[in-house]
Ligand binder design. Structure first.
Ligand code: BGC
Length: 550
């Protein structure tokens, strides 16, 4: 069934409002969210069955990672057919049913678009391999002759972000470029057919009723046609490029692509949105993607990468707000995703990491702009660092010669309930594709439900207040003076947030009545690694106080 935009949920700020400027968007890594059929792998029906959970959490939208047909060389980020669903995940009919039910629950749906590369099993690549050098079929990708005697050396020194060279040699001796795994050949974005195909793919999903796209590797599409050597400068996948004239990251010509895509999204009703995944040198480079007529939003990874610390966080937040303000775009905050170590672990792990993660969640959700919650953030999940080697599926593990375990530790299936090894991820008796640690029994949705001290109830309270409080939208932020290592700011009307980064409790004069705190708050004190929200008395309509853990 095709869903039209009439089924879309009402925008938070009223009909036609730009909902994405202050939305809370929940990232679903589909393989690991909920498994409806017991094969150990999450699927579309699993997501549909959990819509009540997402509605009650009060997220405004979900972003679903790729569910398209794929040989899974990179967990689905190697797409073999952009207009269908992998049987592991369901069918197009099941996608339509999910979209319809999500909209009925007031939840918008963003899908993942992977334009930098296809799978090596995509029909275009099969055709390219069978076609002669210099053919139109090869021109959709980046094929080159090698260097050295008989062309046995790769055309240049570029490395794959997953380790090893970025070139693979084909049977007839030519090489093709893949900035990621060999199963992910890079497309040639100066080829008109490639551009037309992706505009048509956008229309395919917009016509079905999706509310937007997350754009994978949005900064990588265009390469310097001379394909010059990089020299010594090799960069890892999640390091921002330091150069602005980099031969394959963040090239100026890329913006033409997004100007064309924006015309496509603007031709649809219902306020469709793009969010770009662009790892670039600075917020100033990032907001070039957000200029009028380009993408609506882009992840601010500087916030994700910032270490726990008062001045660091304040600087990162202010610089981001200044930068997005210069182009009239909203900020987009994120703490974790399927590519990075979960923030409980990044912030020190254990009790310390959990406290800091709770505090940072309140900080993020109080900032102007939109916020992304990665599945399991709301349960306080940590990185699983001791997965058995024989279950590791991330190509990074093989490509690094077993020196880097890759990203599977943040992709472990969610614990929903019970104490069987599946923790309710799938039907009893099924085994999740990665084994959740036994301690996650105490972190399941069921175990945390109703416990006022739990991460889940903290997120539920925060998202409820965020939805109701008039200050918690896209508006401005004003820093307040505060003791050393305490970050305090005000938002109009009538809201303040304080975060203590010090390693001892901070004496603060509460700027108002307590709404919510990440740990119990003794009178006049903000405990170590804690955050609190206050109603300052100037609200037009302050919500009731949430229950505070005691
Ligand atoms: C995705 C990764 C993926 C890579 C290649 C990234 O940006 O988030 O999971 O491995 O793109 O598609």
């Amino acid at each position: 069934m095709t869903v039209t935009s009439r089924d879309a949920p009402p925008a938070r700020g009223g009909a036609g409002a730009m909902w994405w400027r202050d939305a809370v968007i929940y990232q679903i890594y589909i393989r690991s969210f909920a498994d409806s059929d017991g094969d150990g792998i999450g699927d579309l029906e699993g997501i549909r069955s959990r819509l009540p959970y997402l509605r009650d959490l009060r997220v405004d939208a979900i972003w679903i990672t790729p569910f398209y047909p794929s040989p899974m060389a990179d967990g689905g980020y190697d797409v073999a057919d952009y207009r269908d669903v992998h049987p592991l995940f369901g069918s197009l009919d099941e996608f339509d049913a999910l979209l319809r039910d999500a909209h009925a629950a007031g939840i918008r749906v963003i899908v993942d678009l992977v334009p930098n590369h296809t799978s090596d099993r995509h029909a275009w690549f099969t055709e390219a391999l069978a076609a002669p050098r210099g053919s139109a079929a090869r021109d959709r990708y980046i094929f080159r002759d090698g260097r050295g005697d008989m062309g046995v050396e790769p055309p240049n020194d570029w490395g794959s972000t997953f380790g090893g060279p970025a070139w693979t040699r084909t049977a007839d001796g030519q090489w093709y470029l893949h900035l990621f795994a060999p199963g992910q050949p890079d497309l040639n974005w100066v080829n008109t057919e490639v551009r037309e195909e992706f505009e048509s793919i956008l229309r395919f999903w917009f016509d079905r009723g999706v509310d937007g796209f997350r754009i994978d590797v949005a900064h990588g599409l265009i390469k310097d046609p001379a394909l010059p050597d990089l020299g010594e400068e090799k960069e890892a996948i999640l390091e921002p490029t330091r150069r602005v004239d980099h031969p394959h990251w963040d090239r100026d010509e890329i913006h033409d692509v997004y100007r064309a895509w924006r015309k496509v999204s603007d031709s649809y009703d219902g306020d469709r949105v793009f969010v770009g995944e662009a790892w670039v040198a600075s917020p100033e480079r990032l907001v070039r993607y957000l200029r009028p007529g380009e993408l609506h939003t882009a992840f601010n990874f500087d916030f994700l990468k910032a270490e726990w610390g008062c001045q660091t966080m304040r600087d990162v937040i202010q610089r981001c707000l200044d930068a997005v303000g210069s182009v009239g775009a909203p900020a987009t905050w994120v703490l974790s995703n399927h590519d990075v170590v979960r923030h409980v672990t990044r912030y020190g792990g254990g009790e310390v990491g959990s406290r800091r993660a709770r505090a940072t969640a309140l900080l993020m959700l109080a900032l102007p702009g939109s916020a992304y919650v990665y599945q399991g953030d709301e349960l306080g999940l940590w990185e699983v660092e001791d997965l058995p080697e024989d279950v590791l599926a991330d190509p990074v593990w093989e490509r690094s010669g077993h020196t880097d375990r890759g990203r599977d530790g943040c992709r472990v299936p969610l614990p929903w309930s019970g104490d069987t090894p599946t923790f309710g991820f799938g039907p009893d008796g099924s085994l999740p594709w990665l084994p959740p640690p036994a301690q996650w029994r105490g972190l399941s949705v069921e175990a945390q439900h109703g416990d006022p001290a739990s991460a889940l109830e903290l997120y539920r309270s925060a998202l409820r207040i965020r939805r109701e409080h008039p200050a918690l939208g896209a508006g401005a932020l004003r820093w307040l003076s505060a003791p050393d290592d305490v970050l305090m700011f005000e938002r109009d009307p009538g809201f303040a947030c304080a975060v203590n980064f010090a390693d001892r409790p901070a004496h603060i004069r509460p700027p108002g009545t307590l709404l919510l705190s990440s740990s119990p708050l003794p009178e006049g004190l903000l405990p170590v690694a804690s955050a609190a929200w206050f109603a300052t008395g100037r609200s037009r309509s302050a919500p009731e106080a949430a229950s505070i853990p005691s």
